[in-house]
Write a protein that binds this ligand. Structure first.
Ligand code: COI
Length: 434
């Protein structure tokens, strides 16, 4: 009889051996249990509001519960050892996003451990990702782009980082990623830049590009909000982004058969899936001798964006006034920080009417034929202002007199923004961080 019981026990162990490992795992995670419990007692579950799929979403404010965010006060810093420091490239060789600084910021999110973990600054290194991470399969990710400028006074400034944080949280909500308190991330980011401050170019034609990124890391195939995520920031000293013609302008190609965004989609969110699928069309445009794609939408061929930039036109309106126009934020347009700043600044200039309005290709052609279209330009963080001198569209080769204006609006806008960014003038858009 005892032998029989022993055999039964061995059989039971054999069949249930997987449970022993679970017990071990469970006991090692007990120390996090307290955190989780206190987190659920004091912090309401953060639920992203349902996305309105039927109407072109207005750009709303993100729903943030700041008390469940990570905190700058918890930031832990591990500095790179001297042998890990990279040589700094020559400013003339920077290009865009080729070089990276010595440190990075990372903040893990684990729902099971109470949500956001402590922010860490560490030496720059590769990420270790499970091959099933949702970011790799379903584009559960988002990114941002802003810059740190070394001013004429040698102080380092950020340009309206709060707007990037707001946009980041809106994109996070749309993809089921965790939201956070943007002020806390700006403080962590500023510390990272202070640590790598010698990487902020000593030049007014170059900057330090800041790339905050949030990815869903949960390694499961379900298309649902990830239980784990990683927010990281990397920094890259950069100069120009786009190639141009000799006079600094770009030629753009408008193909009405492709769209970048559609109503109810995510054209108004900075998610990677808005950018990867533009590569083939851009390459086709390049083969035809153009630098960028002018993205059209709808039966009337509305102009929406150009390349990865917002688009602006300057023309003489029906009242005979000079007007600066850009398409409205109707869900198809990325709410660019540069776009918004241009609209706010230019609306204070008395010699210019400023308007957000739908502009179709027919209207562009009509204005151009009548000699009333003066300028077209793209605007974005990476490039700042990119004048446009030519548009290829169906069988039209439209020449835009942007570079022929004696006092172009694009140049005035550019000079004003640069003066703020590089500290030539004090302005509330710029925040000194170091
Ligand atoms: C930016 O202006 O920051 C951009 O969006 C360009 C980037 C996608 C390279």
């Amino acid at each position: 009889m005892p032998i029989y019981r022993g055999q039964m026990f061995v059989k039971w162990v054999f069949e249930n051996q997987h449970k022993f490992q679970a017990v071990r795992k469970c006991s090692s995670s007990l120390r996090y249990k307290e955190v989780e419990e206190s987190a659920t007692q004091t912090q309401p579950e953060h639920v992203a509001p349902p996305a309105d799929a039927t109407s072109p979403a207005p750009d709303t404010h993100p729903q943030i519960t700041p008390e469940i965010s990570f905190k700058y006060d918890d930031l832990q810093v591990t500095l790179a050892a001297p042998y890990q420091l990279q040589p700094k490239p020559d400013v003339s060789d920077l290009g865009f996003g080729k070089y990276f600084t010595d440190h990075m910021l990372r903040i893990h999110y684990h729902k099971d451990l109470g949500g956001w973990q402590k922010p860490e600054i560490t030496p720059f290194e590769n990420l270790n990702l499970h091959p099933a991470a949702k970011a790799l399969h379903y584009a559960v990710q988002l990114f941002e782009g802003l810059k740190a400028y070394r001013g004429v006074d040698d102080k380092i400034r950020l340009f309206r980082p709060d707007l990037n944080m707001e946009r980041m949280n809106l994109a996070a909500q749309r993809s089921g990623l965790p939201t956070f308190d943007g002020d806390e991330l700006v403080k962590c980011m500023s510390r990272l830049i202070q640590i790598d401050q010698e990487w902020v170019p000593h030049s007014e034609t170059s900057t330090l590009y800041i790339r905050p990124t949030l990815i869903g890391t949960e390694p499961t195939f379900g298309i649902m909000a990830p239980d784990s995520a990683l927010l990281f920031i990397i920094l890259s000293p950069v100069s120009t982004y786009y190639k141009t013609t000799d006079d600094g302008a770009v030629s753009i190609y408008a193909d009405p058969n492709v769209v970048r965004a559609f109503p109810g989609g995510v054209g108004n969110r900075k998610v990677g899936s808005n950018y990867g699928p533009t590569i083939e069309t851009t390459a086709r445009a390049a083969k035809m001798g153009h630098h960028q794609v002018l993205w059209l939408f709808g039966p009337d061929h509305e102009i929406t964006e150009v390349g990865a930039m917002n688009i602006f036109c300057v023309y003489i309106n029906d009242a005979g006034d000079k007007q600066l126009s850009t398409p409205p934020l109707n869900g198809l347009i990325l709410p660019g920080v540069t776009r918004r700043s241009i609209l706010e600044l230019a609306s204070q200039w008395e010699d210019l009417t400023v308007k957000e309005e739908v502009l179709t290709m027919n209207r562009i052609i009509e204005l151009n034929n009548k000699g009333r279209l003066l300028e077209m330009f793209g605007a974005g963080t990476a490039v700042l202002i990119s004048p446009i001198s030519r548009v290829g569209y169906l069988d039209h080769d439209i020449r835009i007199p942007t570079m022929k204006q004696s006092q172009p609006v694009f140049q005035r806008v550019k000079d004003t923004l640069l003066a703020i960014q590089y500290g030539h003038i004090d302005h509330p858009y710029a925040t000194v961080i170091s």
